[in-house]
Design a protein around this ligand. Structure first.
Ligand SMILES: [Fe+2]
Length: 217
């Protein structure tokens, strides 16, 4: 039985990696972003004292949160200028597309648990997010966690057309939008814990293939 459950856990990691490989073929930047967000989501979940199963779910939510961008045209993903209304609509559809990609796995409790926070990773505490405009504690906890990790990575990474902001700037932005965009309590913990996490390992930041979890061996 132990052997069987180890095999299942192993295949969960491989399914995630396979999905990420498809994303990488379409958009290497989003692939790297997802890998980094997965890594930091795991560290954040550990720091918050979540149990090991919840930590694995947090890591998978981070790794797969933007998987639906496979379905967003490259030209929109790489556009430097502001998106038009119709382009923005297509971009927002990455959430529904991500859920659709994961749907065939939803009979597996692990992936079912991963899907809901992914659906809500663009909600805001003040209810002005999407797709459902959920407010405050109606937003699933892991969705609120990912939103912070996601925003930090988006602000601080270099893109071909602009240099990433400093970490100090990103911390200030999190504070500024704490309680409106982000959960205030989670921002407070994140700001305390994040400085100790160190640099993102090269094999993650350079889009390399590595184990999803530093604990999965
Ligand atoms: Fe997203």
């Amino acid at each position: 039985m132990a052997k069987r459950s180890a095999a299942i856990e192993h295949s969960t990691s491989e399914v995630i990696q396979a999905l990420l490989e498809s994303l990488k073929a379409h958009d290497p930047y989003t692939y790297g972003h997802c890998r980094r967000v997965g890594r930091n989501a795991l560290l954040f979940a550990e720091a918050l004292g979540l149990n090991p199963f919840e930590q694995k779910i947090a890591e998978a939510v981070g790794s797969l949160h933007d998987i639906g961008k496979i379905g967003v045209p490259e030209g929109i993903l790489r556009k430097q200028d502001r998106l038009s209304e119709s382009e923005d609509k297509l971009m927002r559809e990455h959430v529904a597309k991500g859920i659709a990609i994961l749907r065939p796995l939803s009979h597996i409790p692990f992936f079912k648990a991963v899907s809901t926070p992914i659906r809500h990773h663009h909600e805001r505490i003040d209810g002005k997010g999407y797709p459902d405009g959920l407010k405050g504690d109606d937003i699933p906890f892991l969705a609120k966690l990912i939103t912070i990790v996601d925003a930090l990575d988006a602000m601080t990474t270099n893109r071909p057309y602009r240099e990433g902001n400093s970490i100090e700037y990103a911390y200030e932005e999190l504070k500024k939008h704490s309680g409106t965009q982000f959960d205030a309590q989670l921002v407070e913990t994140f700001l305390k814990e994040h400085p100790a996490w160190g640099e993102i390992p090269e094999e993650i930041s350079a889009h390399g293939i590595a184990q999803i979890s530093r604990k999965s061996g």
